[in-house]
Design a protein around this ligand. Structure first.
Ligand code: HAX
Length: 439
C-alpha cells in the first residue's frame, strides 16, 4: 500500500466511526429551515449534504480545509521556478485535512507519474469523433472510455465488503487524476494542433507537465497553470459539477461514471463553460467597436445591449458569493505581475469597473461582482492559448482534484444513496399556506 493511501486510511476510517456515533447521538436535532422560495429556486442555501474538502463563505469566498486562497498562496509547497502553489499540495490538503510537506507533494507527483498511462482505446475513441465535437464532450466521453480501468467496478463485481469500498476508490481517483492531463492535452493537440502530440516529461510536476503536453514550455505559463489548477480545484459541495459527481457516486457508480457526470454539468454556460463565454463576449465586444479597445462608456453600452437581449453577462454573479471572487483577485494579481499592459487585461479591468454598478441597478441580481471565470481566459490568451472552446477542459482537470477527493471521502464514510424528497406544486398549494404581507 502506498504511504498516502495508508495515511488516508488512518485518518478517514476512525473518523467514519466517530461520525456514525455522532449521527446516532444527535440525528434528531434540527439545524435549519427552508422556504418555498428555496424549494423553487434551486435549493439555494439549504443544507442538504456534507462536503469535507472546502467551504464557501458568501462574503469571503472559498476556504479549503479552513485556508483561504491568500493563505494557501503562502503556505502550500511551491515548485523551484515559481511562487504559485503546486496543485498536488491542495489535493493533499483536501484529502488529509493538513498542510503537506515538500516530501508529501513530491510523493503525489511521483504517484501520478506512475499511474499516468492512458490505454490506447481511449485515444482511438477520441479519434473516431469529428474534430468539431466540443472539447468538453470529448473530455467527458474520454473519461467514460477510461471506465474500463475502474478498480472499484471490478472489485464490486467480485463482491467486495462495503467497509473496504474506499480502497479501490482510492486507486480509481489517483489513476483518473494522473491520466486527465494526458487526455486533455490529447484533445487540445488533436483539435487545434493538427494531431501533433507531445510526449509527457515525467521530470516535471503535474501542472507543468500538463502545460508541456499542451505545447507551452514557457516558465510563466507553467506558473499560470499551477495557479489555475489550484484555484479551480473545489468550491464546496453544492455547485453543479461537485454535486453531480457526488450524487452519481452515491449510487456506488465508480469514479469514472461520477466524474463524467460532473463534467457534463461543468459544461453548462451558467457553470464552467462561462470561462469560454466570457472570452467570446469580450471578443464580440471588441469587434463591435472595430476591433479596438472599447472605452468604459462603450462597455456600458454593450452590457446594456446584452441585458436587453435577455442574455447574462458572463463571468458576473454567483449563486453563493456576494463579493468579488477571491479566485478572480488571485488571477488579477498574476496579471498585474506578469502582463500589466496586456490589452485584454485592460478590458477585463474596465469591465470590472463598469459591470457591477449596472447589474446592481437592476435590483434582482443578488451578486453583481465577478466570479472566477471573468478573468481566466485573458491570462491564457496572453500566452498564446487562444482556443477558448477548450478552456472548460482546463477547469475540469482542476475540478477533478476536489470532487474526486470528496468521492473518496464519501466511500470512506459510507455515505448512503442520495435521494431527496420532491413534491408537486399541487401538493405545495394544498399546504394551507398563509399570504405573507409585504411591508
Ligand atoms: N447577467 C445578467 N443577469 C444575471 C446575472 C448576470 N451576470 N447574474 C444573475 N442574473 C439574473 C438571473 O438570471 C436571474 O434572473 P431571473 O430572475 O430573470 O431568472 C436573477 O438575476 C437572479 O439571479 P441570482 O439569484 O442573482 O443568481 P442565481 O443564483 O440564480 O445564478 C449564476 C447564479 C452564476 C447562474 C448567475 O449569476 C449567472 O448566470 N451569471 C453569469 C454566468 C456565469 O458567470 N456563470 C459562472 C458562475 C461561476 C461558476 O460556476 N463558475 O464555474
Amino acid at each position: 500500500m502506498d504511504k498516502l493511501k495508508e495515511d488516508f486510511a488512518k485518518k478517514a476510517l476512525p473518523f467514519a466511526v466517530q461520525l456514525k456515533e455522532f449521527v446516532k447521538a444527535h440525528g434528531d436535532q434540527v439545524i435549519g429551515q427552508y422556504t418555498i422560495d428555496q424549494v423553487y429556486s434551486g435549493m439555494k442555501g439549504m443544507i442538504g449534504m456534507v462536503t469535507e474538502t472546502s467551504k464557501l463563505d458568501p462574503e469571503e469566498g472559498i476556504r479549503f480545509r479552513g485556508y483561504s486562497i491568500p493563505e494557501l498562496a503562502e503556505k502550500l509547497p511551491k515548485a523551484k521556478d515559481g511562487d504559485e502553489p503546486l496543485p498536488e499540495g491542495i489535493f493533499y490538503l483536501m484529502l488529509m485535512d493538513q498542510l503537506p510537506t515538500d516530501e508529501d507533494v513530491h510523493g503525489i507527483s511521483n504517484q501520478w507519474v506512475r499511474r499516468s498511462n492512458v490505454p490506447k482505446h481511449v485515444f482511438d475513441m477520441l479519434d473516431s469523433l469529428p474534430k468539431s465535437t466540443h472539447p468538453m464532450t470529448q473530455f467527458s466521453a474520454a473519461v467514460l472510455a477510461l471506465q474500463t480501468e475502474s478498480v472499484f467496478a471490478a472489485a464490486y463485481r467480485k463482491g467486495i465488503n462495503k467497509k473496504d469500498h474506499w480502497d479501490p476508490m482510492y486507486e480509481d481517483i489517483m489513476n483518473l487524476i494522473a491520466r486527465l492531463p494526458r487526455v486533455a492535452a490529447y484533445i487540445y493537440r488533436r483539435v487545434y494542433k493538427d494531431d501533433v502530440h507531445i510526449e509527457p516529461n515525467h521530470k516535471l510536476d503535474w501542472a507543468a507537465n500538463f502545460a508541456h503536453m499542451l505545447g507551452y514550455d514557457d516558465v510563466e505559463f507553467h506558473r499560470l497553470m499551477r495557479l489555475y489548477l489550484t484555484i479551480h480545484a473545489d468550491h464546496e459541495g453544492g455547485n453543479v459539477s461537485a454535486h453531480a459527481t457526488h450524487l452519481v457516486g452515491t449510487a456506488l457508480s465508480d469514479a469514472y461514471y461520477s466524474f463524467s457526470a460532473g463534467m457534463n454539468g461543468l459544461a453548462g454556460p451558467l457553470h464552467g463553460l462561462a470561462n469560454q463565454e466570457v472570452v467570446r463576449w469580450i471578443l464580440d465586444l471588441k469587434e463591435s467597436f472595430g476591433g479596438r479597445v472599447p472605452t468604459k462608456d462603450e462597455i456600458a453600452e454593450y452590457v446594456k445591449k446584452t441585458l436587453s437581449e435577455g442574455k447574462v453577462v458572463p463571468g458576473y454573479g454567483h449563486a453563493v458569493l456576494r463579493k468579488t471572487d477571491p479566485r478572480y483577485t488571485a488571477q488579477r494579481e498574476f496579471a498585474l505581475k506578469f502582463m500589466p499592459d496586456d490589452e485584454n487585461f485592460q478590458i477585463v479591468s474596465n469591465i470590472y469597473e463598469v459591470v457591477p454598478p449596472i447589474l446592481s441597478t437592476i435590483g434582482k441580481i443578488k451578486n453583481p461582482w465577478p466570479n472566477v471565470d471573468a478573468h481566466s481566459g485573458v491570462l491564457l490568451i496572453h500566452y498564446g492559448m487562444v482556443e477558448y472552446d477548450f478552456y472548460t477542459v482546463l477547469f475540469g482537470v482542476s475540478r477533478a482534484l476536489g470532487v474526486l477527493t470528496s468521492l473518496l471521502w464519501d466511500r470512506a464514510l459510507g455515505t448512503p444513496l442520495e435521494r431527496p424528497g420532491s413534491v408537486t406544486s399541487d401538493w405545495i398549494f394544498k399546504q394551507g399556506l398563509k399570504k405573507v404581507e409585504n411591508n
